[in-house]
Design a protein around this ligand. Structure first.
Ligand SMILES: *[C@@H]1O[C@H](CO)[C@@H](O)[C@H](O)[C@H]1NC(C)=O
Ligand SMILES: *[C@@H]1O[C@H](CO)[C@@H](O)[C@H](O)[C@H]1NC(C)=O
Length: 395
């Protein structure tokens, strides 16, 4: 073999290695836009509460994108802008969303993450068959007609749907419904965290968590000493720790320095900020302490979406064309619920490191005050979840 063919073979191998890591530019663009939407939604929801926050923007973006195909005119334009999808062709979006979903929800992530979206039109409305097909095929969702004039039956139908789509991890999404309801959008997600390497349960011990100036909670604090990816955001005065999982996802834990208010950090979060944090991560030896926690959060999002300028779908003169033959059909509410448990659970029987013998004692990062987190799929940097833990003893 000549030297030049050998070199070109090496070149080929390098090219194929590189391309296995890159994502199609149009899918990367959609993932980035979804991350922008995720951060804006997070800011909108978190600015109105001091409690824990937990959202699955990935599923919500899918659900709202599925409404694009039902809308037209200025209602559709506004929805596109609200989802950070302005400039994209609404006709080609369903296939793009489907491709991104296929890229993200594969392998063990599809086992750990159970999620779904559904539209629930009133029984009297006629849904166009092509729209029904689009919801199922491109968005992996459901469209189920509901008789809202029989409230108990309507509630049961929606709650059964959420049980089926979250492996029974969520039992109840709605408690009471308005008999006048025309159309609801429901999105739900349940996630099983599997850190890799996992925390070793025999090293977990009760420690203090400083909820605010006046409240201390005693929480089971997990421990791990290993090499971690870490960054520090100087402008925001916050540390960023990456905790990888066994399913291709990872959690970024964003911990403001002591004395820095978490809301000051939250106000600056956007899609580009999240990407910058990921780019700046550097490997370092570290001891990490993270509280165990369980989040279960339920939202009606009409008001939060209004802050993102998504208003027209909720108005009497909404251009909702593909559901119903009547004019003046509007979306009544968007329901969103997610659950997640963060603990030492592992699928790997050999896992559970913990105490590595480092020659010098590494620094320790103790997550013992309010923090935010972003869970993302690593190849596409798709934001799956965003949340805030102010008190790990609360859901
Ligand atoms: C909502 O629309 C107004 C007016 O068009 C604009 O000033 C504002 O920045 C928009 N808000 C968001 C969150 O996009
Ligand atoms: C967890 O830590 C304990 C105590 O240091 C150790 O004995 C045990 O082997 C560890 N478990 C695993 C699975 O590494």
């Amino acid at each position: 073999m000549t030297r030049s063919t050998l070199l070109s073979l090496v070149g080929l191998v390098l090219v194929s290695l590189a391309s296995s890591q890159t994502v199609d530019p149009s899918l990367q663009d959609l993932a980035n836009r979804n991350a922008d939407f995720a951060a804006r939604l997070y800011r909108s929801v978190s600015s109105r509460t001091d409690d824990n926050v937990f959202l699955c923007p990935f599923t919500l973006a899918t659900g709202l994108s599925a409404l694009l195909g039902a809308t037209s005119g200025s209602t559709q334009d506004q929805l596109l802008r609200g989802l950070s999808l302005n400039g994209l062709d609404p006709q080609s979006l369903p296939e793009l969303v489907q491709s991104l979903r296929n890229l993200v929800l594969q392998g063990s992530l599809s086992m750990n993450l159970m999620q779904g979206m559904a539209v629930f039109p009133a029984q009297s409305l006629k849904v166009s068959p092509s729209y029904l097909e689009q919801v199922q095929t491109n968005f992996g969702g459901n469209s189920l007609s509901v008789d809202y004039t029989v409230p108990q039956e309507a509630t049961d139908t929606i709650n059964r749907w959420v049980q089926d789509n979250t492996g029974d991890q969520i039992q109840e999404l709605v408690t009471s419904l308005d008999p006048q309801t025309q159309l609801l959008l429901a999105t739900a997600a349940s996630y099983q965290i599997r850190f890799s390497p996992s925390f070793n349960a025999s090293l977990t011990q009760d420690e203090r968590f400083y909820v605010d100036k006046y409240h201390v909670a005693i929480v089971p604090m997990m421990f791990q000493a290993d090499k971690f990816f870490l960054a520090y955001d100087r402008a925001l005065k916050a540390g960023v720790l990456k905790l990888p999982m066994n399913d291709g996802a990872a959690m970024l834990v964003v911990l403001p320095d002591e004395g820095i208010d978490i809301t000051a950090v939250e106000e600056e979060v956007n899609g580009e900020k999240i990407r910058a944090w990921i780019r700046q991560l550097k490997k370092t030896k570290l001891e990490v302490q993270l509280p165990r926690f369980l989040l279960e959060r339920s939202y009606t999002l009409r008001d939060a979406l209004r802050i993102l300028n998504i208003t027209q779908v909720f108005q009497d003169d909404a251009d909702i064309i593909n559901i119903g033959e009547t004019t003046g059909l509007k979306l009544t509410q968007v329901y969103h619920k997610s659950v997640m448990t963060v603990d030492e659970s592992t699928d790997d029987i050999t896992a559970g490191g913990g105490v590595n013998a480092f020659s010098t004692l590494p620094p320790r990062l103790t997550i013992n005050r309010p923090f935010l987190f972003v869970i993302y799929q690593q190849t596409s940097s798709s934001v799956l979840f965003m949340g805030r833990v102010t008190d790990p003893t609360k859901k």
